[in-house]
Design a protein around this ligand. Structure first.
Ligand SMILES: NC(=O)c1ccc[n+]([C@@H]2O[C@H](COP(=O)([O-])OP(=O)(O)OC[C@H]3O[C@@H](n4cnc5c(N)ncnc54)[C@H](OP(=O)(O)O)[C@@H]3O)[C@@H](O)[C@H]2O)c1
Length: 275
């Protein structure tokens, strides 16, 4: 199975399902990246901070896939904010990955108390210009942070990767991203191993389609136009997580899943935390 792509505001495309890789280490991630690519994934999500970029790069090479057909994201955390530090950070990420460019480079957290994300973004614009990142974007940015960034920047972020699943649906944040032409990408799209997938509403819908609750949740993301990066250390579930393009949810089912929302306060607050 392969995932459909979404067109970003710069004309490039991103596959709607990607493999999440945190907290897998360099050794664990290699065969899982190979399994994902064999199952049809063309999108892998990593970060400098995950300390697994070497393994991700090894998995990509072991799979034998052509680089141009793959979408690779990395993220730079707070140690690379400000003073053009992102230049050295991305060079190190590329060295670890064994790649010449990433498809998407994200500011991992806004860290608003440091007040350096605008200067970091200006460095990202240079990295885009240099061809080391084909698209640049954000992670964990709230509308107020994006508003400030847009006022001072030339390039519009392509993506905002945020914590998002049926328990934390973030409708205001999603609409804001949409109004700004920024695609929303979900981290912890399955609820990160909490009891979300045991919910009876999901079980009923899953039984109707002969799918698993995890597949139903991922299909819900797809129906809402979200990019999702589920992580699994199990090759069978990795394959399952992209096998979601042969059924569709009704609008009532989408609404029922969205109503599992327990509010933003369940989520990580990027005004108070981050790295
Ligand atoms: N930008 C950020 O700040 C940020 C923060 C956190 C995460 N992320 C990214 O987002 C990715 C995904 O988030 P996440 O890893 O927190 O959580 P997740 O993908 O929502 O959930 C992962 C958990 O779900 C289980 N799972 C996977 N597929 C399943 C299925 N089909 N049925 C049942 N259980 C299933 C996995 O267990 P098994 O391994 O046993 O299958 C694992 O325990 C990360 O790996 C990382 O790349 C980004």
């Amino acid at each position: 199975m392969s995932a459909p792509t979404i067109i970003l505001n710069n004309g490039k495309t991103i596959p709607q399902i990607g493999l999440g890789t945190s907290p897998l280490n360099d050794k664990e991630v290699v065969p899982l990246v190979v399994a994902a690519i064999e199952a049809g994934y063309r999108h892998i999500d990593t970060a400098y901070r995950y300390n697994n970029e070497k393994g991700v790069g090894q998995g990509i090479r072991d799979s034998g896939i052509d680089r141009e057909s793959l979408f690779v994201t990395t993220k730079l955390d707070g140690q690379f904010q400000g003073n053009d530090r992102a230049i050295g950070g991305l060079d190190e990420s590329l060295r670890r990955l064994g790649l010449e460019y990433v498809d998407l480079l994200l500011i991992h957290w806004p860290l608003p108390q440091r007040n350096e994300y605008i200067s970091t973004w200006k460095t990202f614009e240079k990295l885009l210009e240099a061809g080391k990142a084909r698209s640049i974007g954000l992670s964990n940015f709230k509308p107020a942070h994006i508003e400030k960034l847009l006022a001072k920047s030339t390039i519009r972020p392509a993506i905002n990767q945020i914590q998002l699943n049926p328990r934390i649906t973030r409708p205001e944040q999603r609409s804001y991203n949409g109004e700004q032409g920024i695609i929303t990408e979900a981290w912890s799209p399955l609820g990160a191993g909490n009891d979300l997938l045991e919910n009876p509403t999901l079980a009923t819908i899953a039984a109707k389609y002969g799918k698993t609750p995890g597949q139903v949740v991922l299909r819900w993301h797809i129906e809402l136009g979200i990019v999702a990066i589920p992580r699994s250390a199990n090759p069978r579930r990795i394959a399952q997580n992209i096998d979601i393009f042969d059924f569709a949810l009704t609008s009532d089912e989408i609404a029922a899943i969205s109503s599992l929302d327990t509010g933003d306060e369940q989520g990580v607050d990027s005004d108070k935390t981050g790295h």
